[in-house]
Design a protein. Structure first.
Length: 134
C-alpha cells in the first residue's frame, strides 16, 4: 500500500481488494492486467538528467553539487562587478533559469536580469552598462 500523498490525482472509489488509492486498483479499472508476483510496487529508480537527479523512491528532485557551485560562482560576479555586458548577463540568466524546474520561486528574482538583457535590442550585446542593484 502506497500512502495517498504520493499521488497527483484525487482518490477514486473502486471495487477492489486493494485499498482504493492503490495504483494497481486504478490500472485494473482501465483494463490493465498486473502480475503482482513479478511486479515491484515501490519506486526504485534514480534518474540523472541535465544536472538534476530525480529520485523516484523518495519523490525528490535534487540539484547536482557541481551545477549549484557553477551558478553560485556566476551569481558572485553580479555582486563583485559594477558593470557587465548584456551578453554576460544573458549567460548568467540562462544558468539561473535552468534551476526553475527544481526551484520555481527563482523566476520572480530574475525579472531585473531580464530587463537588463533586453536592453541589447537598443544598445547591442557587447555594450557595457551598470549592473542593477539586487
Amino acid at each position: 500500500y502506497i500512502p495517498r500523498r504520493h499521488f497527483i490525482c484525487g482518490r477514486i472509489p473502486l471495487p477492489s481488494t486493494k485499498p482504493p488509492g492503490h495504483p494497481c486498483a486504478r490500472l485494473s479499472r482501465f483494463g490493465f492486467l498486473i502480475n503482482l508476483k513479478k511486479s515491484t510496487l515501490q519506486p526504485s529508480q534514480s534518474l540523472h538528467n541535465l544536472g538534476f537527479e530525480l529520485d523516484l523512491a523518495q519523490g525528490l528532485l535534487k540539484i547536482c553539487p557541481q551545477k549549484l557551485k557553477a551558478v553560485r560562482r556566476e551569481l558572485g560576479k553580479l555582486v563583485v562587478k559594477k558593470e557587465m555586458t548584456c551578453r554576460k548577463m544573458a549567460a548568467i540568466l540562462g544558468q539561473v533559469r535552468s534551476f526553475v524546474v527544481a526551484l520555481p520561486f527563482l523566476r520572480a528574482f530574475t525579472d531585473t536580469m531580464c530587463e537588463f538583457v533586453n536592453q541589447h535590442t537598443t544598445q547591442g550585446w557587447d555594450h557595457v552598462q551598470k549592473v542593477p542593484p539586487p
